[in-house]
Design a protein. Structure first.
Lengths: 505, 100
């Protein structure tokens, strides 16, 4: 029986190797261990008589991962190499194994042996003859230590594994972070580089430029702005310029200067980033000179138009002095045509040109003998052919006058008919300009309604019925319809037929 | 009650015409009794212009209620002006939803 003090043997398997060259000793080991195993301990004993066999057994246990916990090693092995050598080899093969040297020698140099074998804290000595209690104590105690060592080694390995795995994860995270940091640094550097370029462009720009923060406070002004505003940066920086309206179109502004003068500017605002913060860039272009030139040009154009108007009026009067029957006709046609055009909502510039052309649409008659123009009887075909040349003569008179309206063309086309039966070119609807189409209707209306050298006036109602009759053939249907509408409203003709030959308003 | 100042340069025909449109726009959007508009010429009121940091004209200032809001440029762009001055356009659908 195992003594009570040793009964609590480890629940783990304890594999024991006993090495001795004396079979009787090996048998003794066997007996002692068998008693222990019979008492409920999981002890398993292997026996070897030589050092070489012992090494082979250890190798075999390592190969199948079923290692020995401790070895009882006879120091003085007579058969081959001694136990100290064998123990040294075993330690090399299995560093965790406990070694108990067993010897019958009375004097053993423990210090020397311990120095020759690694891990001296795992080496013990037992004097022969040994008792079963000593064997059980060693087996129980060293078996438990071996199991604990194994557990520690496993825990250490697990812990190291976890540390290694965490380290790998941390290394990966660190690498990702470093990459991100490098990327951000590169982006920031690129941004700063870009902003430096911006600043350089802004500094050298000829337009005045102000950088505002998101609240409209001035952060920076360029040298052109200092010059335009006639102020130092200190007068601007930190002051509230104001929320500048962003628009596709430039805004016209005025800049009061210290000397009391005023500059006209064209302001544009765009969003941007300024040193990584949202900002606005306001650019102002000095357009004072351009505005002055525009005003002067407008004045010149007005004067030019007045001159043309005066010239046309003079030409109209000149013709009417020569041909009394034309007297008042051109002005009347101009007024009727203007009313039709206004009713049709034609553009004001078109109406203006059409009115001018109407005032001198018969100017070509200046080239027709006065006797033919005032002949009281019906015209012969030759005389009529001669009369028909007045459109071309008019065109040749007017074609070199540079007017803001196509007066010469309108005069040239005022006897064209939309079905192509008119003269001189026989143009169709699409080729006759709108102004000429309106004048053609107004001319017919006044010619029929008024007195002619060869007949009395046929009346306004008859004139209107005539244009209705040829609507769509000679005359543009829209113009005829408009004329009829105006006639029915009583606003087509003058209330007084003998209105003076002046340009309509 | 909104107190709105507008700084202009000169009171010429075109400016007066635009100011009339501006007043009409404010009346339509805010209601006649809900705002007071003061037109200031920088030439006639140089000290006020300096005190208000007027760098360009037109500059529109919402003086009341605080905080002050300032807009420069086209004062007839209703939507953007009201956004910049933080004015509550009573005619906008959003405003009606809020007042409900």
């Amino acid at each position: 029986m195992i003594p009570d003090t040793h009964r609590h043997c480890s629940s783990n398997d304890i594999r024991i190797l006993a090495v001795d060259d004396e079979p009787s000793i090996l048998k003794l080991y066997e007996r002692i261990i068998r008693i222990g195993a019979a008492d409920g301990c999981n002890w398993k004993l292997s026996l070897c008589g030589t050092a070489q066999k012992a090494l082979d057994t250890i190798r075999g246990s390592i190969a199948i991962e079923n290692r020995f916990s401790l070895v009882f090693m006879d120091i003085d092995l007579a058969s081959d190499r001694d136990g100290i050598w064998a123990a040294g080899e075993i330690r090399r093969l299995d560093p965790g194994i406990y070694i108990v040297f067993v010897t019958g020698m009375s004097r053993v140099d423990i210090k020397d042996i311990s120095a020759r074998i690694q891990a001296p804290d795992q080496i013990f000595f037992l004097q022969k003859p040994f008792t079963k209690t000593e064997i059980w104590q060693f087996v129980n105690s060293l078996g438990a230590r071996w199991a604990r060592d194994r557990e520690h080694t496993k825990e250490k390995a697990d812990f190291e594994g976890r540390i290694k795995s965490s380290t790998v994860r941390f290394e990966k995270a660190k690498s990702v972070l470093e990459k991100e940091v490098r990327k951000r640094e590169a982006t920031e550097a690129a941004l700063k580089e870009k902003e430096t370029q911006y600043r350089s462009i802004i500094e050298k720009n000829a337009d005045a430029m102000l950088i505002l923060d998101s609240r409209g406070i001035v952060l920076y002004i360029n040298p052109a702005a200092e010059k335009l505003f006639d102020r130092k940066p200190g007068d601007f920086i930190g002051k509230t310029f104001g929320f500048s309206i962003i628009s596709d179109q430039a805004t016209e502004i005025e800049i009061p200067r210290r000397d009391g003068s005023m500059i006209v500017g064209e302001m544009r605002t765009v969003k941007m980033t300024w040193y990584t913060k949202p900002a606005f860039i306001v650019s102002i272009r000095d357009i004072t000179l351009r505005k002055m030139i525009e005003i002067q040009l407008k004045d010149s154009l007005n004067r030019y138009e007045r001159t043309i108007r005066g010239t046309i009026q003079a030409m109209s009067v000149a013709l009417e002095k020569r041909d009394s029957y034309t007297s008042g006709h051109q002005a009347q046609v101009a007024r009727i045509a203007t009313r039709i055009a206004r009713e049709m909502q034609l553009p004001e510039k078109v109406i203006e040109g059409m009115s001018m052309a109407a005032m001198i649409h018969d100017i070509g008659k200046i080239g027709i003998p006065a006797e033919i123009l005032s002949k009281p009887t019906r015209l012969t075909s030759i005389e009529f052919a001669l009369i028909k040349t007045h459109s071309e003569i008019g065109y040749s008179i007017l074609q070199n006058i540079e007017a803001p309206w196509p007066i010469a063309e309108i005069v040239y086309q005022h006897h064209e008919r939309i079905d192509g039966t008119g003269y001189p070119q026989g143009l169709g609807l699409k080729d006759i300009c709108m102004e000429a189409r309106v004048i053609s209707v107004a001319d017919t209306l006044d010619a029929i309604a008024s007195h002619r050298p060869y007949r009395a006036g046929l009346g306004r109602a008859f004139a209107v019925s005539e244009i209705k009759k040829y609507k769509g053939d000679y005359y543009d249907p829209d113009i005829v319809d408009t004329s009829v509408r105006l006639y029915e409203a009583g606003t087509l003709f003058d209330s007084n037929l003998s209105s003076p030959a002046t340009l309509p308003a | 009650m909104y107190l709105i100042n507008i700084y202009i340069s000169t009171r010429n025909g075109s400016t007066l015409e635009r100011l009339a449109l501006f007043r009409k726009m404010l009346t339509e959007a805010l209601g006649e009794d809900n705002f007071e508009l003061e037109v200031l010429s920088v030439l006639e009121n140089p000290d006020a212009a300096i005190s208000d940091d007027i760098l360009v004209t037109p500059t529109i200032i919402r003086r009341n209620p605080a905080p002050i809001r300032k807009v420069v440029g086209n004062f007839l762009d209703r939507e953007k002006l009201f956004f910049g001055l933080e004015l509550d356009d009573t005619t906008s659908p959003d405003s009606k939803i809020r007042s409900n």
